[in-house]
Design a protein around this ligand. Structure first.
Ligand SMILES: [Zn+2]
Length: 539
């Protein structure tokens, strides 16, 4: 039997530090190079030296790749997919220590010298010596290191099941990596005759409140969707305010109706989604003038547990209609008071209705050209492009004004939950038992609250859920799409078990050393071995 490269806590710690040292913030050169480095690392394993074709890079978008590594047992069909992301968030918040952000050992020492500057809990953890600090230590290069160690051990000990290690870029921004990986997972399954039994992620366990040191595992993940609106009023001169209606006035009614609206709160297994808030609201006047702002846009964040896109659009339309009704009543009152006729009632329409109207009015070629022009601007992100397309179409159809156009802006993460799946119930028990050997208490959470790539597997839908998303997302099929059909094919339960850490996305990001290098590796190995047993029973 060969010797393990990543079999001891010290080896794992060195592997983690090496992965962290390969800086890979989203949208940097480092992110592009990272999967090639991991590929090289895995090539050093005997298993992949004999089967180099089992290590595959696939392009997620120009320059960015995902990596898939397959460990296959000759007799096994059951396959566990180990999912991780290798991009990290930015590092500016480290200030003058930014050069050490990706050097955990040095950073942790350096922080010790200036521990007085740290928030209390971070200082306490640093002094305890139980934590390793650094960008990506917790979120989530340790998860990747753990998966690498699993696939190494599976190869050497010839575990009787198959493992697919999948590590992707862009999780922190648009999940471009995972959305492409869906198609690749479907292809791999066909090519190798695999049967996916579980999609397993190792995003870190987040503490639920300050001082909380419980180790959480997750049998699902929250979803997120972004309803957006383009407001189109009527321009006028500031000296004659009653001749127009500002988009800001209109937007204020929808903001009131959307923010903290409890209709959007979903509950399941005693957990609830955070309430919606606006993420952006701005008028589209580029410079100061005495013309009033008559175009504006707004973006709202909605978390999901069970609702699909169509249901959210219906609810959003209902909210917008109520907001418009309140706006129209207030405006009618004003018209009476001022003795004016007014510019008419605010109408509400979906993007798909505006598009159909514009295509009839201006022709499909004209509309396609208009969209193409907006899409050709690399300096605008998906959200800008979506809102600008709606805005430009409204300019062409201003007889519809005053109007609120409803749409979706990317990204969309569907919610997933496998808490009632018999396999997951067993797996949770196995992980709890393994953790108990260290006296570690593990609690199950039903929806991971950090958003993750598990959103793109095990999709369920009655057939209409995503059509509304396709029709009302202006950049759909151009610069953004979601492989819903592929996701429907990837039917297997999800589970997330990762190491314990704190303060992801902050300069105090840190990983619990024993959890990462001792406890979680044991929990994962116990879990995989129990799955091996099941796989043998079904052979
Ligand atoms: Zn993450």
């Amino acid at each position: 039997m060969g010797k393990l490269l990543w079999g001891t806590p010290a080896d794992l710690r060195a592997l983690l530090c090496e992965l962290v040292s390969w800086e890979s913030r989203t949208l940097t050169e480092g992110e592009k190079e990272f999967p090639f480095k991991v590929q090289k690392k895995l090539q050093s394993l005997d298993y992949f030296q004999q089967r180099p074709e089992f290590l595959q890079l696939h392009e997620a978008d120009p320059g960015r790749n995902l990596l898939m590594a397959l460990y296959e047992h000759p007799k096994a069909v059951d396959t566990i997919v180990l999912i991780s992301h290798f991009d990290t968030v930015q590092t500016e918040e480290y200030g003058d220590l930014e050069v050490l952000a990706c050097d955990p050992e040095e950073l942790t020492k350096k922080l010790f010298e200036r521990k007085k500057e740290l928030p209390d809990e971070a200082r306490f953890d640093l002094e305890s010596g139980k934590y390793l600090f650094g960008r990506g230590t917790m979120d989530m290069k340790m998860g990747l290191a753990l998966h690498m160690a699993l696939i190494e051990k599976a190869g050497i000990e010839q575990w009787p099941l198959n493992l697919v290690l999948l590590t992707v870029p862009d999780e922190e921004v648009n999940s471009a990596g995972m959305r492409i990986a869906v198609e690749e997972l479907v292809k791999l399954r066909e090519q190798c005759g695999l049967s996916y039994r579980m999609f397993f992620n190792s995003e870190p366990a987040f503490s639920q409140k300050p001082g909380d040191e419980k180790h959480y595992i997750y049998s699902g993940t929250l979803g997120k969707i972004m309803p957006a609106a383009a407001f189109y009023g009527k321009e006028t001169h500031v000296g004659e305010p009653l001749k127009g209606m500002t988009a800001n006035y209109m937007a204020s009614f929808l903001a009131q109706a959307m923010e903290w609206n409890s209709l959007y709160r979903e509950s399941d297994f005693g957990e609830s989604t955070p309430l919606p808030v606006s993420l952006q609201q701005k008028d589209l006047k580029m410079q100061y003038s005495t013309q009033t702002p008559y175009r504006a846009t707004a973006l709202y964040n909605v978390f999901l547990m069970k609702r699909n896109a169509s249901e959210v659009m219906e609810l959003f339309e209902q909210t917008a209609r109520q907001a418009a009704a309140v706006c129209n009543t207030a405006y009618a009152e004003l018209c009476r008071r001022e003795g004016i006729e007014g510019i008419g009632e605010v109408r509400v329409l979906r993007y798909e209705q505006l598009l159909a109207y514009a295509e009839i009015k201006r022709g499909t070629d004209f509309v396609a050209h208009l969209k193409k022009e907006i899409l050709s601007h690399p300096e605008w992100d998906e959200r800008d492009k979506s809102l600008r397309i709606a805005d430009k179409l409204m300019i062409q159809c201003h007889e519809l004004a005053p109007a609120i156009v409803l749409l979706f802006a990317p990204p969309y993460y569907p919610a997933v939950n496998s808490s009632e799946d018999p396999l997951i119930i067993e797996c949770v028990a196995t992980v709890k038992e393994a953790a108990a050997e260290f006296g570690v208490e593990v609690d199950q959470i039903h929806y991971f609250n950090g958003l993750c790539d598990l959103s793109y597997v095990n999709y369920s839908d009655n057939g209409n859920g995503w059509s509304s998303y396709e029709r009302n997302t202006p950049v759909w099929g151009e610069t953004y799409s979601i492989p819903f059909a592929g996701m429907l094919e990837l039917q297997a339960p999800v589970l997330n078990v990762g190491p314990f850490g704190k303060d992801a996305h902050q300069y105090t990001e840190r990983l619990h050393i024993d959890s990462a290098f001792v406890q979680t590796p044991h929990m994962l190995e116990s879990l995989m071995k129990s799955l091996c047993k099941q796989a043998l029973e079904t052979v």
